[in-house]
Design a protein around this ligand. Structure first.
Ligand code: APR
Length: 317
């Protein structure tokens, strides 16, 4: 049997829960040549990489995982994609915004290192607060806006889809949902794009149940944090980030809800915001503008203004 071609190098910065699950998912796709996992901690990424590589004969993948500790970027050079998961997670009762100062310092330092070692990489940020950290990573890498994006919409959409499927008692594969806006209080559900077995969500569930599921989605991260008590979610988040990285490497042109630079679309300019975008080798190849109802559009514009001011502040953090 001909060997399957594997291409490219993906680096995951931060070998905590989010980073290590992302690295494993990426490796298990078996489409990359190398997945590099790094951390400031000495030994942890090396140990996790060793462990993941030893799962290869069982799971049947050949992608090599390389662990690099001690804050070194040796071995990450020339990465095609870098996923930034470095930073503190929330504890119960904290908002994502409570992390801004600490994580800004970390994301800035990581971004400057990426710019030195992998200047052409597409950067996918997941550290929180997401919209602000994505904006900061673009500033600190100096990369073009389309090459720096954030993961949030894929996750919020997945959460919403899961809740709707459970409520309706149908497979997740028969549900379509969409959320735009920020990864936080101004997340904007898009009911006009939500269907269950092809039927509009509004025809399947009463308005108060839909609103309940929207609220649960908006608080989806906090609900997990409250249960875990020691950190934040990582299985669904890493699934979303890994899919984005794969879409970049495969130049798939897939349309996904991501946090990207909006420049005129929906009458909104100059802000990182959750919208649908086409993902390819260059990062975001196109923001996909779709027809929104007046309420949805108003919600999206409100979200843009809510994150705009905070994003302007991160330049000084
Ligand atoms: N460079 C590299 N790694 C770093 C740095 C740095 N400058 N600073 C911290 N780290 C590492 C930590 O050593 C730790 O291993 O980042 C990792 C974070 O892991 P966890 O504490 O397990 O957090 P995790 O759940 O992975 O979340 C990471 O994603 O969802 C967001 O809000 C979450 O901002 C948080 C991030």
């Amino acid at each position: 049997m001909a060997a399957q071609p594997r291409n490219g190098k993906v680096t995951v910065v931060g070998a905590g829960f989010y980073g290590s699950t992302t690295a494993l998912r990426l490796a298990e796709y078996d489409v990359f040549e190398t997945v590099v996992l790094t951390d400031i901690l000495e030994g942890k990424p090396e140990g996790l990489a060793l462990d993941m590589n030893q799962s290869r004969p069982v799971e049947g993948f050949e992608t090599k995982v390389v662990g690099v500790g001690g804050g070194s970027y040796e071995g990450t050079e020339g990465s095609d994609v870098v996923v930034v998961t470095a930073g503190l997670p929330r504890k119960p009762g904290m908002s994502r915004m409570d992390l801004i100062e600490t994580n800004a310092g970390i994301v800035r330092q990581v971004s400057e290192n990426i710019a030195k070692t992998s200047p052409d990489a597409v950067v996918i940020v997941v550290s929180n607060p997401l919209d602000e950290m994505t904006a900061l990573a673009q500033i600190a890498t100096g990369s073009p806006h389309h090459r720096v994006m954030g993961q949030a919409g894929m996750l919020d959409t997945a959460r919403f889809t899961n809740f709707v499927a459970e409520e309706c008692g149908v497979p997740v594969s028969s549900v379509r949902t969409l959320t735009l806006g920020s990864h936080g209080d101004t997340m904007v559900p898009v009911p006009s794009r939500c269907t269950v077995e092809g039927k509009p969500l509004a025809d399947v569930l009463p308005a108060d149940r839909i609103e309940h599921l929207v609220q649960r989605t908006r608080n989806g991260g906090a609900e997990v944090v409250a249960l875990l008590k020691t950190g934040s979610a990582y299985y669904a988040p890493s699934a979303a980030a890994a899919r984005m990285a794969r879409a970049v490497m495969e130049d798939s042109g897939a349309v996904m809800p991501v946090c990207t630079w909006v420049d005129g679309e929906y009458g909104i300019s100059g802000v990182y915001l959750g919208v649908e975008a086409e993902i390819g080798r260059g990062g975001v190849t196109r923001v996909v503008e779709s027809n929104l109802s007046d309420d949805e559009l108003a919600g999206l514009r409100e979200a843009a203004e809510a994150v705009r001011a905070k994003q302007a502040d991160v330049a000084d953090l």
